[in-house]
Design a protein around this ligand. Structure first.
Ligand code: NAD
Ligand code: IPM
Ligand code: MN
Length: 363
């Protein structure tokens, strides 16, 4: 299997966590005789500093010429006063839009070893397994007009969706639900917003093609509570861009840390893979970052861009084993009543590779 992967590590903890993800992928390639090639390009704050733009042309060209893009994270406090279109985050939105993937899959799985790390009761989260399907190219993030008119003291953004944009992401949600527990929860704010009324009506239309999948609707405010109260009741959750951004971070409470959550963006020219967390400037450069989310993102590359399901599963199992063996990163050792060894980012990466090797060599 040949795979050309572009790594855009970005800012803050981005380089630290993507390094571990790449090392795990290299281990998989070495064991299976696969040819994965990795190139690196700048994006985000590091690109603003070196190239004067958050998304340099050669980064985009290389991305479009790759089979998959693995992105770390972008953003840093030193850029916070810049206008939205000049910030590191603009580079991320730019590459998302250019690659064209509209369905951002954000699986959130509660590892039982991490239950103690969650502020939720173990019996509430035990077995929770949710797949968020976040629409990634529409809504407030990309809607026009948008402006901050400083003279007037007024600013506006536009939440806009076309029916076609809702249809295509809803179809992905139903198709994925078919392979899981056959339940879709569509999240909107149809009691207030016209955009959400279009969203809901369209999802209902799409559902007619999937009679074997059940559909329910939740308002986003209530959903944020249901997620904490009864996360096991959800299977596939489909929602628009901003709601998906917010609810998927909330899922970090179910999984015990934001650092556990991977994502894959599909449906465009080139799939884009990124852990859902940000650049975590508060812990960057100290070896404190949890690389599991990035490593699990690597597993999603194998699943969605390489068709290497057994290898993807091996990475996911290896992560579980490392947790079973009692190793933790600092964010996962908040309570740590059992005094588990707390490892650095790179030490955790080594443990995952050891387990991947044991799993794949003996397969
Ligand atoms: P964040 O996700 O970077 O951090 C939130 C909190 O979670 C912090 O306390 C951080 O230390 C912790 N955290 C996050 N990832 C972790 C990991 N892997 N291991 C351990 N702890 C982790 O969000 P923020 O602080 O709101 O934003 C920081 C910057 O990141 C901003 O510039 C923001 O725009 C950007 N951001 C980028 C992305 C992305 O590139 N995909 C995603 C979210 C935020
Ligand atoms: C995410 C991030 C991004 C988003 C930001 C950094 C643009 O929060 O990937 O969840 O809002 O999509
Ligand atoms: Mn986010």
């Amino acid at each position: 299997m040949k795979l050309k992967i572009l790594v855009t590590a970005g800012d803050g903890i981005g380089p630290e966590v993507t390094n571990e993800a790449v090392s795990v992928l290299k281990e998989v390639a070495a064991i299976g005789g696969h040819q994965f090639t990795f190139s690196e390009r700048r994006i985000g704050g590091v690109a603003i500093v070196k190239d004067g733009t958050p998304l340099p042309a050669d980064t985009l060209a290389e991305a479009l010429d790759s089979d998959a893009v693995l992105l770390g994270a972008v953003g840093g406090n030193e850029f916070n006063s810049l206008a939205p279109d000049k910030r590191p985050e603009a580079g991320l939105l730019g590459i998302r839009s250019a690659l064209g993937g509209f369905a951002n899959l954000r699986p959130a799985f509660a590892f039982k070893e991490l239950a103690v790390n969650s502020p939720l009761r173990p019996e509430v989260i035990d077995g929770a397994d949710i797949l968020f399907v976040r629409e990634l190219l529409g809504g407030l993030y990309f809607g026009q007009p948008r402006e901050w008119d400083r003279a007037k003291g007024e600013a506006w953004n536009t939440m806009r969706y076309t029916k076609g944009e809702v249809v295509r992401v809803a179809r992905i949600a139903f198709e994925l639900a078919r392979k899981r527990n056959k339940k879709v929860t569509s999240v909107d704010k149809a009691n207030v917003l016209e955009v959400s009324q279009l969203w809901r009506a369209t999802v209902i239309e799409v559902a007619a093609d999937f009679p074997d999948v059940s559909l329910e609707h939740q308002y986003v405010d209530a959903m944020s509570m249901h997620l904490m109260n009864r996360p096991r009741d959800f299977d596939v959750v489909v929602t628009e861009n901003l709601f998906g951004d917010i609810l998927s971070d909330e899922a970090g409470v179910i999984t015990g840390s934001l650092g556990m959550l991977p994502s894959a963006t599909i449906g465009g020219k080139v799939n884009l893979y990124e852990p859902i967390h940000g650049s975590a400037p508060d812990i960057a450069g100290k070896g404190l970052a949890n690389p599991f989310g990035a490593i699990l993102t690597g597993a999603l590359i194998l699943r969605h861009s390489a068709g290497l399901e057994a290898e993807a599963l091996a990475i996911e199992t290896a992560v579980r084993r490392v947790l079973e063996q009692g190793f933790r990163t600092p964010d996962l050792a908040r309570a740590n009543p059992e005094g588990f060894p707390v490892l650095s980012t790179t030490e955790v990466g080594v443990k995952v590779r050891e387990n991947v090797k044991a799993l794949l060599v003996n397969a």
